[in-house]
Design a protein around this ligand. Structure first.
Ligand code: ZN
Length: 295
């Protein structure tokens, strides 16, 4: 299986809760630098072009990213210590999701050790997410006639607000978000299927609801499933409050993989969030997600 990764994702974010070193650590946990016949790391891939980004984002917003003219308010909404060079890193990350999605369609499955920036809207970024890589990848594959329909299974602990809004009136893309209801973002535009869980929901309730949701996702008839495998539903996460255990998260991954395989639909996994008090836990959880795709 191809796993897309770039060392350039390790942006310096002093004092920030987003551990951008996780990408390299997950790659290493999966055998980067070793000979592993199960995984083929892809480290050379093009950034998303500005034209491809424009399939999702507005010209005005892209111009600000390109000309480095984001306003202080816009940077505050992003909640990132913004540096102009970041625009190219996030463009590369969107390219990584495109590359992984193309590989998934070719091979049945692929992963991107990055992406899942679901809080980015067409005309602005929010919550660590300047560009919506998942939405861009879906639109690029549609434009290249590689897929007609897609389904997005967003299991990050936070609602996929940007993605929901971008595809609100697009019948070719089924959006599903399962998240902690009383958590960021406050404003939750409607996905095609939203499951907002109570605080501290735990493994059993989560897995029961997910098992009920996946057949509805598959019934939308997707040609590709994009799985946002956020590690932040974990009980040790600093930004999440759903209290899933590692075994619960592994069972979650297993349900998604089995649903895609059972329906014969290509699956591309992106990492999304993960803010465990101990970074090693986030690395464990997200490496396990990728391994679940190899099983
Ligand atoms: Zn999150």
């Amino acid at each position: 299986m191809k796993v897309v990764y770039s060392p350039r994702y390790a942006m310096a974010l002093p004092g920030h809760i987003w551990p951008t070193s996780k990408y390299r650590r997950i790659a290493e946990a999966l055998g980067l630098g070793h000979v592993d016949p199960a995984i083929e790391f892809v480290q050379e891939f093009p950034p998303a072009s500005w034209e491809d980004l424009a399939r999702v984002h507005t010209p005005e917003y892209l111009h600000k990213l390109r000309a480095h003219t984001l306003t202080p308010d816009e940077i505050a909404t992003l909640e990132l210590p913004w540096a102009p060079a970041f625009a190219d890193v996030f463009r590369l990350m969107a390219g990584g999701t495109i590359a992984a999605a193309l590989s998934a369609v070719d091979d049945g499955g692929a992963a991107h050790l990055g992406g899942g920036l679901h809080h980015a809207f067409a005309n602005h970024g929010e919550g660590f997410c300047p560009l919506n890589d998942v939405a861009v990848a879906v639109r690029v594959l549609q434009a290249r006639r590689r897929i007609q329909r897609a389904a997005i299974v967003d299991l990050d602990v936070h609602h996929g607000n940007g993605t929901a809004m971008i595809f609100e009136r697009d019948a070719s893309v089924f959006t599903c978000s399962m998240h902690q209801e009383h958590n960021y973002p406050l404003f939750k535009p409607r996905s095609d299927l939203d499951i907002g869980l109570e605080d501290g929901a735990g493994d059993e309730r989560y897995l029961t609801l997910l098992a009920g949701a996946l057949p509805r996702v598959m019934a939308s008839g997707p040609d590709l499933i994009v799985y946002l495998a956020g590690a932040d539903p974990f009980e040790g996460d600093r930004l999440g409050g759903l209290r899933l255990t590692k075994s619960g998260l592994a069972a979650r991954d297993g349900l998604v993989v089995a649903a895609a395989r059972g329906a014969g639909v290509p699956l591309v996994t992106v990492l999304a969030g993960g803010y465990a008090a101990d970074l090693a836990d986030t690395v464990d959880i997200q490496a396990a997600t990728i391994r679940a795709m190899l099983a």
